[in-house]
Design a protein around this ligand. Structure first.
Ligand code: GLU
Length: 282
């Protein structure tokens, strides 16, 4: 909500309208992420918009991906039907701030749980275990992370992928950081970079896109463990508990398996089994 852009009178009217609609739903915590104007409550959920198979905004304005399906299932358990969901783009570097500001109720956006982030946000989950990998051109001779020394490597600002490169497995690579992975895939295709690094789940989704078929390959390196959690505002333990219960139900009623098949099947991504809630693989 951009209150600064409206007049004081309009802002007062908006606040009154929000107060009037904030009583329904299962949200009731007084912030504006679980309610909206125009009739009926809304929930705002942060996802990625440019990661096929995980979080994608399609040209017709609809959304698809594993994170979208998880988010939709969780929202339902929190008391919100799909038509009450407002998806908001949360890029890698924006996630902690989006939660702190209260822009969204929760984030399901390939969001790895780690100690640094857990100082700023709370996490439910994990709900998926992925691994960092490399995507290279089909004819590339890069097969190991040591091959990246002196090479141009693309990743995303604010991601664990970029941090791991710098701290750990390719400090001598020439790392270019973009705000999203779609910019990296364009750079890989044009030859501006030699490799793109992030989670294998994301890379498989890109590689399977019609326009990229046969052009790229994954190295298959499992360079890290990426435990995807659902981020909520720091201190909102009530929402964490509800989301954990929803994730457990999603696994037990097999909706999790269906989401895997629907979203990772086309990319032929060999996912890990459903993680147990609270079980973080280091
Ligand atoms: N899962 C990693 C992370 O949370 C990489 C993917 C992303 O940038 O969302 O940083």
């Amino acid at each position: 909500m951009k209150l600064r852009k409206v007049s004081a009178a309009a802002a007062t009217a908006l606040v009154l309208a929000l107060t009037a609609t904030a009583c329904g739903g299962d949200n009731g915590d007084g912030d504006d992420t679980g309610s909206g104007s125009g009739g009926g409550d809304k929930i705002k959920i942060g996802i990625k918009y440019d990661q096929p198979g995980l979080g994608l905004k399609k040209p017709d304005g609809s959304f698809s991906g594993f994170d979208v399906d998880v988010a939709t299932y969780v929202a339902k358990e929190l008391g919100y039907e799909p038509n009450q969901i407002e998806f908001v783009e949360t890029k890698s570097a924006d996630r902690e701030n989006a939660l702190a500001r209260g822009d969204v109720k929760f984030i399901a956006a390939t969001y790895s749980i780690n100690d640094e982030r857990a100082k700023k946000v709370d996490f439910a989950g994990p709900y998926l275990l992925a691994h960092q990998d490399l995507l290279v051109k089909a004819d590339s001779d890069i097969t190991e992370s040591t091959d990246l020394n002196g090479k141009n490597l693309c990743s995303v600002t604010g991601s664990t992928s970029a941090q791991n490169v710098k701290d750990d497995f390719a400090p001598k690579a020439n790392l270019k950081e973009n705000s999203g992975y779609s910019e990296c895939i364009a750079a890989l295709q044009s030859g501006a970079v030699d490799a793109l690094t992030t989670d294998d789940s994301i890379l498989a989704g890109f590689a399977a896109q019609e326009q990229y078929k046969g052009q790229f390959k994954l190295a298959g390196l499992k360079l890290s463990n990426e435990n995807y959690g659902i981020g909520v505002k720091k201190g909102d333990t009530a929402t964490v508990d509800k989301i954990n219960a929803a994730l457990e139900k999603m696994v037990s009623d097999k909706a999790w398996d269906k989401a895997v098949t629907d979203n990772f099947g086309p990319a032929n991504y060999k996912n890990e089994p459903a993680p147990k809630i609270g079980n973080i693989v280091k």
